[in-house]
Design a protein around this ligand. Structure first.
Ligand code: GLY
Ligand code: MN
Ligand code: MN
Length: 437
């Protein structure tokens, strides 16, 4: 559990940066599954990071320049009849004491109460979201403020995205966040290890999925961090295969990409292994390349190293390996520069991980690299996918059908430390010796 004081510290860090600006953050909307049935509520990550408040229909305002109220919450008021249907609300009174707000209003008063926090602001920080009606509401408030400019000589002159202020903070995980991430990873590690023991020819992919997700819930995770991918045989060549309906066959590789959300923090782990305990020579040859690419890429995860180096390293190992197998041919530099490896490896080598599975934060600043820093968590997940429908790049050889249907990805969650990195998900085996029996 993250302490109330930590949320307050985060707000202070944001407020120190926005100075005379006012920042508006909105809770996630409720999402419809079908007709009048809703998905479980999942708070907006920015909103949660700054407040810890876990209800819909809420708005948080940071106004560091305001004389009385610097942190203002708008929330749904108590309403016992509604709460009987959809769950208890914190309400206006308790939100003040429990969440450290200087002032709390019912959400219905947003239009009336918001202007006082915008009046003296030099800009409004707001990230345009999917809800265009709410975007328009913010724009109208801005417009109203601008209408007074001629008379007063001041008004918020710009609408700014809070990303450059907030996301560098979200990118560096605190001790409390890391504890939650370690728990999310641990649960997923155990689920992967169980799934590998459990998988065998004749079972359906969804049965493996069920075992994994059973462990997620049993262990207190909210559930999968993203739709679990349990892809046997050629299904592994579809990057986001989630049907999980195929009956697994002797000789299959099984690619499992599954992670869980624990108190909103996510894990994201992939392993590919032979369900019958033995790689075919072709499967083994491809696996060795992917594993080497992953290990070399992980070795690049060190503070001060450009983020980009993790991908560049994986690409080079994959290209070299595919060239050794005759699956790519020509000049290695040209293959890399012209991305002729892309029919085999079409995605990036990883992403930031945190409150979002594909977490926020930049990877590159134009031509300037983004360097890794302690406290960042990223995935390293190279793969090779040889779809039965693969179309080699121009000038490259046709693929011998003996390679068709092999899809392999290996994905770990890696923390940048002061001296290098820690592979948080190291508890799931990935060496060939450990996967064969
Ligand atoms: N499972 C989503 C990803 O690996 O990025
Ligand atoms: Mn991933
Ligand atoms: Mn994944």
């Amino acid at each position: 559990m993250t302490q109330v004081t930590e949320y307050a510290q985060r707000r202070e860090q944001v407020m120190a940066k926005i100075g005379k600006g006012t920042a508006i953050f909105r809770s996630a909307p409720t999402a419809v599954m079908h007709n009048d049935v809703e998905y479980n509520f999942r708070q907006d990550s920015d909103f949660f990071y700054l407040t810890g408040f876990n209800e819909a229909e809420a708005v948080a305002v940071l106004a560091p320049h305001h004389e009385e109220h610097r942190f203002i919450l708008f929330v749904q008021p108590k309403d016992l009849e509604r709460e009987t249907w959809s769950g208890y609300r914190v309400g206006v009174e308790a939100a003040k004491s429990q969440y450290g707000a200087d002032e709390v209003y019912p959400i219905a008063e947003l239009d009336e109460k918001l202007p006082q926090y915008l009046e003296k602001a030099d800009r409004i920080y707001y990230r345009l979201g999917r809800d265009t009606a709410f975007n328009n509401k913010v724009l109208r408030h801005w417009q109203k403020q601008m209408a007074t400019y001629a008379k007063t000589g001041y008004a918020p002159m710009a609408l700014a995205d809070p990303a450059p202020v907030l996301y560098p903070l979200r990118q560096i995980k605190s001790a409390a966040e890391l504890a939650l991430m370690r728990q999310a990873v641990k649960i997923a590690v155990d689920a992967h290890n169980h799934a590998r023991e459990y998988a065998r020819p004749g079972l359906y992919e969804y049965q493996v999925q069920a075992e994994i997700e059973h462990i997620f819930r049993q262990r207190g995770a909210l559930g999968p961090a993203y739709p679990s991918i349990v892809a046997s045989g050629a299904n592994a060549c579809v990057l986001h295969y989630t049907e999980n309906t195929r009956q697994m066959q002797d000789g299959d590789l099984l690619l499992i990409d599954a992670g869980c959300a624990y108190e909103y923090y996510n894990s994201d782990i992939t392993r590919s292994f032979p369900i019958s305990g033995h790689f075919t020579p072709e499967q083994k040859a491809i696996y060795e390349i992917v594993l080497e690419a992953q290990l070399q890429s992980i070795a690049q995860v060190q503070p001060g190293n450009p983020y980009k180096q993790t991908h560049d390293t994986a690409v080079r190992v994959i290209v070299e390996g595919l060239m050794d197998l005759g699956l790519l041919q020509g000049d290695i530099e040209e293959i890399i520069k012209e991305e002729k490896y892309k029919p085999f490896y079409m995605h990036r080598t990883g992403h930031w991980l945190g409150l979002d599975v594909h977490d926020v934060g930049v990877y590159q600043h134009g031509e300037t690299p983004h360097n890794l820093e302690p406290g960042q968590v990223l995935t390293i997940e190279p793969g090779i996918y040889i779809s039965p429908y693969i179309k080699p790049a121009e000038g490259q050889p046709e693929v011998d059908p003996k390679w068709h249907g092999i899809g392999i990805r290996i994905e770990d969650d890696v923390l940048v430390t002061a001296s290098g990195c820690e592979v948080l998900s190291a508890g799931v085996p990935k060496s060939i010796a450990e996967l064969e029996n």
